[in-house]
Design a protein around this ligand. Sequence first.
Ligand SMILES: CC(C)(COP(=O)(O)OP(=O)(O)OC[C@H]1O[C@@H](n2cnc3c(N)ncnc32)[C@H](O)[C@@H]1OP(=O)(O)O)[C@@H](O)C(=O)NCCC(=O)NCCS
Length: 278
Amino acid sequence: MEASGVLIRRLRAEDIPQAMRLKDAAGWNQTDQDWLNLIELEPEGCFALETDGQVVSTTTVVCYGRDLAWIGMVLTAPEYRGRGFARRLMQEALAYARAREVAWIKLDATDMGRPLYQSLGFQDEQIVERWALEPRQAPTCAPEVSPFVLDEELDRLAFGASRRAVLERLARWEAVSLPGCGYAMGRPGSQAFYFGPCVCRTVDSARRLLEYFLARHAAETIFWDLLHSNPAALELARRFGFQPRRRLVRMSLRGREDAQPLGNRDELVYALAGFEYG
Ligand SMILES: CC(C)(COP(=O)(O)OP(=O)(O)OC[C@H]1O[C@@H](n2cnc3c(N)ncnc32)[C@H](O)[C@@H]1OP(=O)(O)O)[C@@H](O)C(=O)NCCC(=O)NCCS
């Protein structure tokens, strides 16, 4: 603990109730389980800033090998904002990624977070959006799908880095495949059911997977985060009655001098895994 009474340390499972308060103050959709997933996936990469005996700021990192580190859950309690806490945790997160010699560091920035990331050297990549669908009448039948099988080659092609560990974990909730064509997953949220990630070779497979989830969750609001660079995904969202809710900016920072572009194929990405995962 510094003389100023500020302690930066690992975020732990016992901190989740306090982390949830920060998340709720920002109006986000994550659950206790989402925090636990991040902590278990990257125990050394989740940071908390403690002062006055409580966690008032958080930041998480998920590393996809040495290709990519994804930063998320950058939150400061409203009454502690403007004291440089998020900046300090971002610096921890960047040091963590750089110590692992990760080529790229990326995140999805809100309007509130973007000036901080810009000042740290992050550059805009593209717009990402959250779309939402309100509860509706259940359709009479859902399309047939297969149990989830990890198609690592397809996912890597789409995302530009291997995210096996994250996908295996998120597949514990709802995950289905159309073999050879793509997969989709979903998980509960505190405000709405979350559709994603979804990676498909064709828009028709994405539509079938989406219809499967819409049929199963007709009574719930559904959130779907997508990339502006995939117009087919945006068109699908529109066609099924989703409405845009939030707009963020995907930003990136070179982690290593010799970093080459990841070569991600956004046209295969129909739904993000979450703003905290990419
Ligand atoms: C974004 C957020 C995490 C910033 O937390 P914070 O602890 O207040 O941030 P800091 O005090 O470290 O400030 C970092 C930068 O943010 C900007 N900033 C902070 N407070 C600001 C204010 N009141 N007005 C304008 N810019 C401000 C400044 O660029 C600041 O840079 P500086 O250090 O050069 O002044 C916080 O506002 C928050 O939790 N917002 C809601 C959740 C969210 O949108 N998170 C970002 C997700 S990408």
